[in-house]
Design a protein around this ligand. Structure first.
Ligand code: FES
Ligand code: FE2
Length: 351
């Protein structure tokens, strides 16, 4: 465990989206400049090779040039400096200046687990624990229309981003004219249901007139309730039934770029049958995010500190529970891979 409350090495065992499939397609057009991404301080080059999307460490082991400056040759990434080629598993397959070989056995850049799911490219830096790409309640459900928002990077730790996304007390102050109502500053503290696979779930039932939600058309309307699911470590799903009988599902994952920055990938989904312009709810959501960014980026430190360094009250139950689960996960990681597997599989007592 390092000096911080949470051990950031723990997140390496989990899948995180690093770019959208659109970003990958736009970058990879044969002119050099492949897609560069960063996950937990590890720089990556992402490319769609003949047999699938790959995520390699963005460094050529020859003379340390960045591989994203190179080219996609179909079955390999070619370094822009001296033309060495690297296949899908990161092994050097060709050295132009040494046509008859042999290729040095250590001519290899690290290849990480990489999968495309929900139109996102997911990467896992350490596969010694069997973790899964998190569920997406609406993406594969044909009754829902899902629109991906533009990913955004904030100067905050992923865990702070999740806390902000699930914060129940900030609406009247941060969103007084959109989601919140300044006349309603207290709320019913929810019961929290702790489930297996690192999920915590709770239902927020606002006082009548106390909260708005967003419908498919991007209009703000009184919220009945929100069913929150936090997927450890950094995912949140909001399931919001609306008075008109439809449901809005918001899905997000805050990818840790490093210990002080995260990039949020997100979807806005609705099961309405009425035609709507998906750009409008996305724009509404972006405007709401603008209201959050100031307070969140002002939090110092960016990482969640030791409990003695901040003050918690009963109304902070959601973030306290989330922090406790993250801390337990980090403790399990310190105990070894089996302890993490057991932690994720365990049934816990509800709070
Ligand atoms: S630095 Fe990449 S081929 Fe020389
Ligand atoms: Fe907010």
């Amino acid at each position: 465990m390092n000096n911080h409350f949470l051990d950031n090495e723990t997140w390496r065992y989990f899948w995180h989206p690093v770019c959208t499939i659109d970003e990958l397609n736009q970058s990879d057009c044969g002119r050099g400049k492949l897609l560069r991404a960063e996950l937990l301080g590890q720089e990556l080059v992402i490319a769609k090779l003949d047999n699938g999307v790959v995520a390699l460490a963005n460094r050529c082991p020859h003379r340390s040039a960045k591989l994203h400056l190179g080219w996609n040759c179909g079955n390999a990434i070619q370094c822009a400096y001296h033309g060495w080629k690297y296949g899908h598993d990161g092994t050097c397959t060709e050295i132009p200046a040494l046509p008859n070989g042999p290729i040095p056995p250590n001519a290899k850049t690290k290849a990480f687990d990489c999968e495309v799911r929900y139109d996102l490219v997911w990467v896992r830096l350490d596969n010694t624990i069997n973790t899964e790409i998190p569920a997406h309640l609406a993406f594969d459900d044909p009754s829902f229309t899902c629109t991906m928002g533009t990913p955004y990077t904030w100067k905050t730790h992923s865990a702070r981003r999740v806390e902000n996304y699930t914060d129940l007390a900030h609406f009247p102050f941060v969103h007084p004219e959109t989601l919140g109502n300044p006349d309603f500053v207290t709320f019913l503290i929810p019961d929290i249901d702790l489930q297996r696979h690192g999920r915590m779930r709770f239902k927020y039932e606002p006082p009548e007139g106390g909260r708005n939600g967003m419908d498919a058309a991007g209009n703000l309307a009184p919220l009945i309730h929100t069913d929150y699911t936090i997927q450890l470590p950094f995912g949140v799903t909001l399931d919001q039934p609306l008075a008109n009988g439809t449901r809005t599902i918001m899905w997000m994952w805050a990818t840790p770029i490093d210990n002080r920055h995260c990039r949020t990938f997100w979807f806005c989904c609705s099961n309405t049958k009425a035609p709507f312009d998906p750009a409008v709810p996305i724009a509404t959501q972006m405007a709401i995010l603008e209201e959050d960014i100031g307070p969140v980026e002002s939090q110092e430190p960016e990482q969640i500190p030791h409990p003695r360094d901040e003050i918690a009250i009963a109304a902070d139950k959601v973030s306290l529970t989330y922090r406790r689960l993250l801390f337990e996960l980090c403790k399990a990681k310190a105990a070894g891979q089996e302890a993490v597997t057991a932690f994720l599989a365990s049934e816990r007592t509800n709070i």
